[in-house]
Design a protein around this ligand. Structure first.
Ligand code: GTP
Ligand code: MG
Length: 310
């Protein structure tokens, strides 16, 4: 009985499998070739965020980050679309998908978002209040892979740039300059340490920084050149204070220069801090003035800067 089952069913099946007909062969081959493509298409359509380049928006509370994202997303407030100003403090990071093309102003891009020449990217807004800033964000800037976790979806997106937005109208105040500079110091130092944390000889992809000096519509606002020199002076002060702290705590000068993860921002041996010193670590820093609300230079130069980098 069992041998007849073997003769009638199993033997022909094995013979068939060993000598497949051309049709079976063709179907098998087709499946092998097309299968991965179908899987790839399925995967990329389900998780579109993983491939979108992203830009991280940081800066002190009240500098206008959420107002800037809202402007890029919806355009300026008009009688037809009255926008309530986002005056509340952001409590958690959020991401917004935007379309950009290098030669356009943000308004033309907003009107022609469906055009094929535009590139899509994610702008990630973060809370600026010191208690709400996530240390995870700085840790991600420090890691050699230039990627950032997208809020809510949790997926990783390639990080193309960092925008540090500050309020130029209050920068000259005694409290706000040190506070703003110390946040900027941490951001730049994280990016500098990224350069050292590379594995092997391959340098990590560079992440440029735009210091966007906002609120240029207000008459108290410092011009971009003055924002630059005030920040450089303050960053220099923080730098020597922090290294003095290390020396006082018993860490020798030799230890400091050997340990590349120390708190010294910029190149060794330089008396004054200059943003150009960051180029040594492949961190390009540019300062551009603008304003989200009111009359002034507006946001087009920032938009152009982003368009050239995403
Ligand atoms: N005059 C003027 N006010 C602005 C400008 N940009 C933003 N503001 C105002 O600044 C205030 C703070 O703006 P937000 O966008 O909430 O600030 P934020 O950086 O998101 O602050 P956090 O979420 O706390 O980190 C709001 O009242 C805005 O209307 C500008 O260019 N000029
Ligand atoms: Mg906000």
């Amino acid at each position: 009985m069992s041998s007849s089952v073997l003769e009638t069913y199993i033997k022909p099946f094995i013979e068939g499998a060993m000598n497949p007909s051309p049709t079976v062969l063709a179907i098998g081959l087709l499946f092998l070739l097309v299968g991965p493509i179908i899987l790839h298409l399925l995967y990329t359509s389900v998780t579109p965020y993983t491939t979108l380049p992203s830009v991280l928006l940081v800066g002190p509370s009240g500098s206008g980050k959420t107002a800037l994202v809202t402007l890029f997303e919806r355009g300026p407030a008009s009688p037809d679309h009255p926008e309530p100003a986002p005056t509340h403090t952001s409590s958690s990071p959020s991401s917004t998908e935007l379309s950009i093309s290098p030669s356009h102003t943000y308004k033309t891009d907003l009107d022609s978002a469906a055009a094929t020449s535009t590139k899509k990217f994610l702008l990630i807004d973060t809370p600026g209040h010191p208690k709400l800033r996530s240390s995870a964000v700085l840790a991600q800037l420090r890691s050699p892979e230039a990627s950032i976790k997208v809020p809510h979806s949790g997926e990783k997106a390639p990080l193309r740039a960092v925008v540090f937005l500050l309020d130029a109208s209050t920068l000259s105040s005694d409290d706000l300059l040190p506070q703003t500079a110390s946040y900027l110091y941490d951001v730049l130092l994280s990016l500098q340490n990224r350069f050292h944390s590379r594995k092997g000889s391959r340098a990590p992809a560079s992440v440029p920084v735009l210091i966007a000096a906002n609120k240029m519509d207000l008459f108290t606002a410092l011009p971009a050149s003055l924002v630059k020199s005030s920040l450089e002076a303050e960053l220099g002060r923080i730098r020597s204070a922090r290294s003095k702290g290390l020396l006082d705590s018993g860490v020798g000068q030799d230890d400091i220069t050997e340990d590349k993860d120390d708190g010294w921002l910029g190149g060794d041996g330089s008396e004054k801090f200059k943003f150009e010193q960051m180029m040594e670590f492949d961190v390009e820093v540019e300062i551009i003035g603008g304003n989200v609300i009111g009359d002034g230079p507006g946001v087009d130069k920032w938009w152009k800067w982003l368009g050239e980098r995403v």
